[in-house]
Write a protein that binds this ligand. Structure first.
Ligand code: C2O
Ligand code: CU
Length: 478
């Protein structure tokens, strides 16, 4: 179950936060934020905790957690509800909460100084926004994320459809990947240069819902809606469900035409979500193995599906599994403005240098400062920066991204949901709605969306070590 990792331990590196001036852009009215039904106030308290991550025979693991739980409490609301989440920071450092994938007003997005300052130790801030879209989302800090998320700060945010599809069980698996020492403590080598400049902090202990998993109990004939969330800093999961044929019904929360995954592998890059319909087609007493084989040489058994002695029904359910569409505006491709984005840097790359804090630097000097990546030739050292693009509010846009590196990058845009139009010039089959899109080494991907949400929005790689080492930018909608 455990496998080893290699890499020099270069020691800690602090994410350089650009201090001072907040760019509080004047916001013009855009999306209509209807005041939804007032639900209960949710409370979250990020702080230190202890969890039984590895299980019996091992000490507990010291973590940072929401309410002492990893994952944090699952927040579940219905589409159209108004969320109020009061966050009290019990950490010894600043934090924020970002509602990954939710289309929220700019000031509720949980990005430090953009435009709101982070939540200091002991301080409380209440986030408030409407759940416009149904689907599987998640929350996590957006400051020193490569350490705060890695230590256990993340949780699921589920927005139920007004009329959900029929299933026997609705189950969430928050996947993570920990780098643990032999005593089950978290390895303290956050942000070491090897992780920053290669494929991020891969761990040695995968977990489901904060536990090293063994068996997932199921029943013959059962239909499960399995909501997968990848909360790992860097690990891309590629799951196979042995002879089961799961069907994908949503990606990043948004409905997609139900289909079986390509080659039977459910690929989930960091921050991505996939909703599956999993029909338990085995017999009572069966055991089937879920294998993660994204990195073929490191394939391992993630968990067993363990059938109980009973059978729930003889024939699989045949009720519809397609989800109703979310109210995301359709981009007008004929009228769209087109922009290009190039991802550069990393080991074995061709980038020779980039702009950092307004100065051109060669790659060696950059790397000495813990920077390894750039977007359109600029490496970012913090959240406050000049936008790489300014989009007219309400305008449809196509962004053509080119990955000019030797590594994978899951690119995430805040405040919007985009269609993935093409990969390497070939139209995608489902024109999926996503908020995080994985680019393979050297791949080109086109996305399209309506820039309807005003503000400065993060556009960054969700391998959190890449994000800290420069692969972050801002797109302005004004
Ligand atoms: Cu999940 Cu910018 O974040
Ligand atoms: Cu990346």
């Amino acid at each position: 179950m455990r496998y080893s990792f290699s890499g020099p331990l270069v020691g800690r590196r602090r994410l350089l936060l650009a201090g001072g001036a907040a760019t509080a852009a004047a916001l013009s009215p855009g999306l209509v934020w209807s005041a939804g039904a007032a639900g209960p106030v949710h409370r979250l308290k990020p702080g230190p905790g202890q969890v039984k991550l590895v299980g019996d025979g091992y000490p507990e693991t010291a973590v940072w957690a929401y309410d002492g739980l990893v994952p944090g409490p699952e927040i579940r609301v219905r589409q159209g509800d108004r969320l109020r989440i009061e966050v009290t920071n019990a950490l010894a450092e600043e934090t924020t909460v970002h509602w990954h994938g939710m289309r929220v007003p700019n000031g509720m997005d949980g990005v430090p100084h953009m435009p709101r300052p982070p939540i200091g130790p002991g301080e409380t801030f209440t986030y408030e926004f409407d759940a416009l879209d149904a689907g599987t989302f998640w929350y996590h800090p957006h400051i020193r994320s490569h350490e705060q998320v890695e230590r256990g700060l993340y949780g699921a945010l589920i927005v139920e459809e007004r009329e959900p599809i029929q299933v026997d069980r609705d189950v969430t698996w928050v996947l993570d990947d920990w780098r643990l020492e032999a005593d089950a403590s978290i390895s303290g080598d956050f942000g070491n240069f090897h992780d920053l400049s290669h494929n991020g902090r891969l761990g040695n202990t995968p977990s489901i819902n904060g536990r090293l998993p063994d068996a997932f109990p199921a029943q013959a004939g059962e239909r499960i809606r399995l909501r997968l969330i990848n909360a790992a800093n860097a690990r891309i999961f590629g799951l196979r469900f042995q002879d089961h044929q799961p069907r994908i019904i949503a990606i990043d929360g948004h409905p997609v035409e139900p289909h079986e995954p390509e080659d039977g592998q459910v690929v989930l890059a960091p921050a991505m979500r996939i909703d599956l319909i999993l029909d338990m087609i085995g017999s009572p007493g069966d055991r089937a193995t879920v294998v993660d084989e994204f990195y073929p040489r490191l394939a391992y058994r993630l968990v067993d599906l363990a059938y109980g002695p009973e059978r729930l029904r003889d024939q699989p359910m045949d009720t519809p599994i397609a989800l109703p569409a979310n109210p995301v505006p359709e981009p007008d491709l004929a009228a769209a403005v087109r922009h290009e984005v190039v991802l550069g840097g990393g080991m074995m790359g061709s980038m020779t240098g980039a702009m950092l804090d307004g100065k051109p630097l060669d790659i060696r000097t950059m790397m000495r400062q813990g920077m390894a990546w750039a977007i359109n030739g600029t490496a970012s050292s913090g959240h406050v920066m000049e936008p790489i693009l300014t989009l007219e509010q309400g305008r449809s846009c196509v962004i053509a991204m080119a990955n000019d590196t030797a590594w994978h990058h899951p690119m995430h845009l805040h405040g919007h949901t985009f269609r993935v139009l093409s990969r390497n010039g070939k139209p995608t089959r489902f024109r999926e709605w996503q908020d995080t899109v994985l680019l393979s080494p050297k791949e080109r991907v086109e996305i399209a969306f309506v820039a309807d949400n005003p503000g400065d929005w993060m556009f960054h790689c969700h391998i959190l070590e890449h994000q800290s080492a420069g692969m972050m930018s801002t797109i302005r909608v004004a």
